[in-house]
Ligand binder design. Structure first.
Ligand code: NDP
Length: 282
């Protein structure tokens, strides 16, 4: 208990002494948010809108994107545009970045957040699904990051990667998803080093989230996980602040940081806690 308390104090100390967020810094900033038709991405679009940003949003459902865009304009976005795209398609990721660059005249924030559909279930040996899921959840991310990099260099911009605690710590029922998030953490962690070594202007923020109360997540875990889910709007704001203050990492909510540390220090205990947080009767 003393150890856990010390970790929490250390976490809060880091959080409170971190860089200060200036909301004005986002006014007029040029932002591309993926997966913005629902969940955390939609909430990020609304926060950026309230901060007066210029936004391009994308996902597959055009009608919903149109509604989100209209709400962004009513909330105060300087500009709000949408582009429908399927990130499991080979050419759509680059097409979306090109659209944003053309319409906004460059980018200050590239916020990669979308995920392809996957089941919350024990792996059934479907290798083709894992190969497919890597397209939206991983390959499209690296395609978009590379395409946007020259513009982000010019603007001293930021890439924000919405990942998961699953990228740090394996959970049951999410093997394909966990593989894609681990790939993201590995790739963008490496890229972040390379950019720093090249004295690049671009910051990379990797966001490790715990359970958030989006419809997708709640429908998936219903009856299996009973731990509390945290609000999507608050998660979205934390992600935006992490990018705006150019921090390398976000752990949200707080317990994700504790779990990440305890998995190395007390692996058996951590694994026990993870398995016991799930209702499963073979
Ligand atoms: P949602 O399911 O609510 O949103 C997913 C978004 O991705 C939607 O806008 C969806 O729109 C879009 N999308 C789905 N498939 C495709 C595709 N093939 N091409 C383009 N866009 C697509 O997810 P969440 O808000 O819950 O999650 C957002 C991020 O947060 C993800 O990266 C997720 O891994 C991460 N996260 C979430 C957690 C949670 O508990 N909610 C926990 C940890 C991490 P459309 O259907 O219109 O295409």
């Amino acid at each position: 208990k003393i150890l856990i308390a010390s970790i929490c104090v250390a976490y809060l100390a880091v959080k409170w002494t971190g860089p200060t967020f200036d909301p004005e810094s986002l006014k007029g900033s040029r932002v591309l948010v993926t997966g913005a038709s629902s969940g955390i991405g939609e909430q990020m679009a609304y926060h950026y809108a309230r901060f007066g940003a210029q936004i391009v949003i994308t996902a597959r459902r055009e009608k919903v994107l149109q509604q989100v865009t209209e709400k962004c304009l009513s909330l105060g976005a300087q500009k709000a545009l949408y582009v429908p795209a399927d990130m499991s398609n080979e050419s759509d990721p680059e097409k979306v970045v090109d659209f944003a660059l053309e319409k906004l005249g460059g980018l200050d924030y590239l916020v990669l957040n979308h995920i392809g559909a996957t089941r919350f279930a024990m792996w059934d040996g479907d290798v083709d699904h894992v190969k497919w899921l890597m397209k939206p959840n991983f390959f499209s991310y690296i395609q978009m990051a590379w395409r946007a990099l020259p513009s982000l260099e010019q603007s001293k911009g930021s890439m924000i990667i919405v990942s998961s605690m699953a990228g740090k710590l394996s959970n049951p029922f999410t093997a394909p998803y966990t593989a894609t998030k681990s790939a993201l953490n590995g790739f963008f962690g490496s890229l972040s080093h390379e950019l720093a070594m090249k004295e690049s202007n671009v910051s990379v923020s990797i966001c490790s989230l715990g359970l958030i109360d989006t419809d997708t997540a709640m429908n998936a875990v219903r009856g299996i996980i009973t731990t509390p889910a945290y609000p999507a709007s608050e998660a979205a704001l934390n992600i935006i602040i992490t990018g705006a203050t150019r921090q390398l990492e976000l752990y949200y909510p707080w317990y994700t940081y504790v779990m990440t540390l305890t998995k190395d220090w007390f692996p058996s205990l951590t694994n026990h806690l993870i398995r016991n947080a799930m209702n499963y009767n073979p």
